[in-house]
Design a protein around this ligand. Structure first.
Ligand code: NAD
Length: 363
């Protein structure tokens, strides 16, 4: 049997309890994984002087594969997102977020099977910002006016939205390669090229060019404006197959899709680059539920399913997915969020670890 070492980043908020449930379930399949714990987030700052110590990145570089719980980002002030920093440092340029229906979870739809491919390194997430009142903001406002690019109010704060040919080519190729490898039929590029001509316009132009390279693959290519995409996702979620999006739209549309399939508690994800892969749920650290043993670990566990497939442990991955479908389908042993979706009340829901116990028993 293959042996694997995986970096485990428990994170904060509900992260540690979810990753505990996840490792228990994965270990119960009998796969041989050594979990190398390397933590990041505000709680490690006192010890290391940074929320993302270098040894965490070194561990991922050594093991090539990591799985993490969510990490809180202070709003407006404080340090930048550790999650975004990990993606940038390791050049995890593709964010993969499958959204598929799980029968019996109380979702509004039961016919969804789509995949979000979100560009992970540029766009408004590049972190290139100029604070209101700063020298940089003042210079940029003057520069834009002098160039005839447009007038910004002098009291503006500014965030830049860079989208490159390089970044777009590789994410669109990733989407097509994923579609081919996974028996998908269609790739849709999502954008706002009608308004943002030099960023989303470039994204669309490059996406069309890359699609030409794949014209004999049998994969259909189309493009859609992001706002229309949101409406059609709600009206006709079954239309969609693989969606490829710039960073910010990918972030927002994946939460929309999480809502369509029954909530953030069941939405898994992966950040993949040429060398490394870091698996994590779509949701955040949900601080109000931290330490209460009530959060739904399904998204974390399904992220582990993606990880097991990535490691070639397809049998273990399939068994966990089948256990999740069976336990949620029966409806006896589910966390508060699913119970509430199904019955309108959280009465009779079970704790995080009790749900993990039910999955382990099923395995
Ligand atoms: P969130 O996803 O943490 O929570 C929003 C709500 O969704 C929760 O209040 C809860 O009702 C529900 N929810 C989320 N996960 C759940 C689960 N596993 N089980 C049951 N219910 C669940 O979003 P937020 O409140 O906007 O963000 C909280 C913090 O997490 C912020 O600091 C944010 O920056 C951070 N965040 C981190 C990541 C990451 O680590 N990759 C992703 C998103 C947000």
């Amino acid at each position: 049997m293959a042996k694997h070492t995986v970096t485990l980043i428990p994170g904060d908020g509900i992260g540690p309890e979810l990753t505990t449930a996840m490792t228990r379930v994965v270990d119960a399949t009998g796969v041989d994984i050594t979990w190398e714990v390397a933590d990041a987030g505000e709680h490690v700052m006192a010890e290391y002087g940074t929320p993302l110590p270098e040894h965490v990145l070194e561990s991922v570089r050594r093991n090539k594969v990591a799985i993490k719980g969510p990490i809180t980002t202070p709003v407006g002030t404080g340090f930048r997102s550790v999650n975004v920093a990990i993606r940038k440092e390791l050049d995890l340029y593709a964010c993969l977020r499958p959204a598929f229906s799980i029968a019996g979870n109380g979702a509004r739809y039961d016919n969804i099977d789509l995949v979000i491919v979100r560009e992970n390194t540029e766009d408004l997430y590049a972190g290139i910002e100029f604070e209101q009142g700063s020298e940089g903001a003042r210079k940029l406002i003057e520069f834009a006016a002098a160039e005839g690019a447009g007038v910004m109010r002098p009291d503006s704060g500014i965030s830049l939205k860079p989208i490159s040919i390089t970044g777009t080519e590789r994410i669109v190729r990733f989407a097509f390669d994923y579609a081919i490898a996974n028996g998908r039929e269609k790739v849709t590029a999502v954008h706002k090229a009608n308004i943002l001509k030099h960023s989303d316009g470039l994204f669309l132009k490059v996406a069309r060019r890359v699609a030409e390279e794949y014209k004999d693959s049998g994969i259909v290519f189309e493009d859609y404006i992001v706002d229309a995409t949101c409406m059609q996702l709600v009206l006709h979620p079954e239309w969609w197959d693989v969606l490829v999006l710039p960073n910010l739209y990918g972030d927002i549309v994946s939460d929309l899709c999480a809502g369509l399939i029954g909530g953030l508690g069941i939405a898994p994800g992966a950040n993949i680059g040429a060398e490394y892969a870091v698996f994590e749920p779509v949701h955040g650290s949900a601080p109000k539920y931290a330490g209460k043993d009530v959060a739904n670990p399904t998204a974390e566990i399904l992220s582990a399913v993606l990880m097991l497939n990535h490691l070639g442990e397809r049998d273990a991955a399939a068994r966990i997915l089948a256990a999740v479908r069976a336990v949620i389908g029966e409806g006896e042993c589910v966390t508060y969020d699913i119970k509430r979706s199904v019955t309108g009340s959280t009465d009779g829901s079970v704790a995080t670890q009790a749900y993990a116990d039910a999955l382990i028993e099923r395995l």
